[in-house]
Design a binder for this molecule. Sequence first.
Ligand code: NAD
Ligand code: TYD
Length: 352
Amino acid sequence: MSILVTGGAGFIGSNFVLDWLADSEETVINLDKLTYAGNLQNLESLNGDGRHVFVRGDIGDQVLVSRLLEEYRPRAVLNFAAESHVDRSILGPDEFVQTNIVGTFRLLEAVRAYWNALDGDAKTDFRLLHVSTDEVYGTLNASEPAFTEEHQYQPNSPYSASKAASDHLVRSYFHTYGLPVVTTNCSNNYGPYHFPEKLIPLIIHNALAGSALPIYGDGQQVRDWLYVSDHCAAIRAVLAGGRLGETYNIGGWNEKPNIEVVRTLCTILDELSPAETGKSYLEQITFVKDRPGHDRRYAIDAGKIERELGWKPAETFETGIRKTVEWYLANQAWVKNITSGQYLEWVEAQYS
Ligand code: NAD
Ligand code: TYD
């Protein structure tokens, strides 16, 4: 038995692959294009492990995906592959349309042909699990209830619009072709192997480098933070027991304003790795121009997945954020390796 994971060299995908193989003998075929966000160093511990087959390629390459499906005959496909950073989608939406919309469509076509040709239990048991985001629901004001699965899609960034489009395509393949799909919509993740363009790893990196800690606008935007291994556990639960054609919201019940997240990071860093200057990292906080179209608040009602599948996050924000800082402090070589070249050009374009 095997599963095909796309985007398994990225932040969440690589955590998923590592967690999966820590607990299962089932082979993972990992298809990843290795964009700037894909990093095989995340999977170094699997070198020489026959249960992990890495293939560099594009989910939009239908011929390649069909060949992999025929060759490995997976019982499930889990689609993590995406362009995932909102700020990049504002500077250049093209890749987001190509990968998130066109790529997902081509993947669906390849999977549909493969699934159609299956029979018996292999056909009944097959699953396509599409990994998506809470950002498809748009933004909430301070008093509105958290997003349930019934909330209307109202995406506000090219990133969230492209993810919304991919969710709609996945849904349509269930209703039109009967393809056995489930979709998950998760809140903001954090944890090991998070690329340092996203808020939490960027703040840790900049703090230690003695650089400014950029807070967009007033810093009062709220995100609902989930430790990445909790997301991976939720995906395993949905794969095992999720109802076909359904969507499941996944979240940490951890709503925090950005400024509070950054202050917490500074306080933990002051304790675990104090600056040589003797000053608190809090002094590096710098308010900068706001992100265009910046969503004010995301909040997930994760009641459905808890009621139906018994999933609940294991980490609180307090335990998860401390583990995360400890991981980054212990893995500075990983950070150094990726904070070079193309990444620096992007930082220049974004923050100049
Ligand atoms: P990431 O940017 O860290 O990784 C994306 C991975 O996909 C990279 O390894 C990249 O090389 C690969 N990829 C990109 N385009 C590809 C293509 N055309 N073909 C094959 N591989 C391709 O993203 P992430 O944070 O790990 O997010 C994974 C998924 O989870 C995405 O679908 C994202 O929308 C979703 N999600 C992310 C978060 C979050 O907080 N990071 C929250 C909810 C949902
Ligand atoms: P990010 O990690 O980019 O995730 P998303 O935009 O998908 O929620 O950003 C999290 C929040 O932090 C978001 O409100 C934007 C804000 N932010 C900053 O204030 N400064 C930064 O340098 C970054 C990258 C994000």
